[in-house]
Design a protein around this ligand. Structure first.
Ligand SMILES: Cc1cc2nc3c(=O)[nH]c(=O)nc-3n(C[C@H](O)[C@H](O)[C@H](O)COP(=O)(O)OP(=O)(O)OC[C@H]3O[C@@H](n4cnc5c(N)ncnc54)[C@H](O)[C@@H]3O)c2cc1C
Length: 253
């Protein structure tokens, strides 16, 4: 039977994280939620700095990319308390875990060099574009966004929504159909799109349960990015998405 009691060796660190959340984050949570959720403003920056100084930063990220290197099951007990506050995920640097692991495993050297260090350090924010309007995206075989390799560039056309954090993200990893005449599960790829790319256009902030919290609809109109922006092998987008989304909620909170 699975033992879910808090392991003795992780309890002191968990208590330290909890103390930080209760004493440093809860008192400013409303302010952060209303004005500072994107991590660009002073209060959040100050919390991030404190978390780093106290050894509480990015605890679940692999050590080799600048994280705390906690094993997954140890991190579960930390993230259970981080999950008490949405602001804590940014203040403690856990928000980038899924994207950092994805870049670490699959990005070309160029993209790893460009984004991985600042991502783990909380200097830039990522986003992930899979879900689409008009498509039951819980079955991603139906996704309509397409990327075509023309010369040395991917040309992307389509529309995504619920892309969390798109407005402050430095880049989006976008799931596109790249292959034809193959089974659906081998037909999609993940491609990195810097948000400054021409044709990447935020349409609107989509309300979730009546609140505008930064989950965006984004149009991709002839977005052109270099061939090297492909994450992992062509046609492996489903596997990469599963690697990300499977343990995703536990990693992110
Ligand atoms: C707060 C929030 C943040 C999000 N952030 C992101 C993000 O950053 N990036 C991103 O890409 N997405 C994001 N999403 C989107 C989320 O992952 C999707 O909502 C989810 O994958 C389900 O897809 P859908 O909304 O298209 O629902 P649907 O696929 O339409 O499903 C709706 C319901 O219908 C059911 N259903 C679907 N197909 C069938 C069928 N054939 N037969 C019977 N029942 C069916 C489903 O089980 C479900 O209960 C976010 C969503 C929320 C709420």
């Amino acid at each position: 039977m699975l033992n879910l009691s808090i392991p003795e060796h992780i309890e002191p660190l968990r208590n330290k994280v909890l103390k930080f959340i209760e004493e440093r984050i809860y008192p400013v949570e409303k302010e952060l939620f209303e004005t500072d959720r994107d991590g660009r403003r002073d209060t959040m920056q100050k919390l991030m700095k404190e978390a780093k100084a106290q050894g509480l930063w990015a605890l679940g990220h692999p050590e080799e990319i600048g994280g705390g290197g906690l094993p997954f099951m140890d991190y579960v007990f930390i993230n259970e308390v981080v999950g008490r506050s949405a602001a804590a995920t940014v203040a403690l640097g856990t928000h980038s875990l899924q994207d950092s692991i994805m870049l670490h495993r699959y990005a070309s050297d160029e993209w790893r060099d460009k984004y991985l260090k600042p991502l783990v350090a909380g200097e830039v924010f990522p986003s992930f574009g899979m879900t689409e309007p008009g498509v039951a995206s819980s079955d991603p075989t139906q996704l309509q966004t397409r990327a075509e390799l023309i010369g040395d560039e991917w040309v992307i056309n389509g529309r995504k929504w619920f892309t969390s954090g798109a407005a402050q993200a430095a880049y989006t990893t976008v799931m596109c159909r790249t292959e034809t005449d193959v089974p659906d599960h081998a037909a999609f790829s993940q491609i990195v799109v810097p948000t400054s790319t021409k044709g990447y256009n935020i349409v609107r902030d989509v309300a979730v349960m009546g609140e505008y919290e930064g989950h965006y609809e984004v149009a991709y109109d002839n977005v052109r990015v270099p061939k090297a922006n492909l994450l992992g092998p062509r046609g492996q987008g489903f596997k990469i998405a599963q690697d990300r989304l499977g343990p995703g909620r536990i990693r992110l909170s």
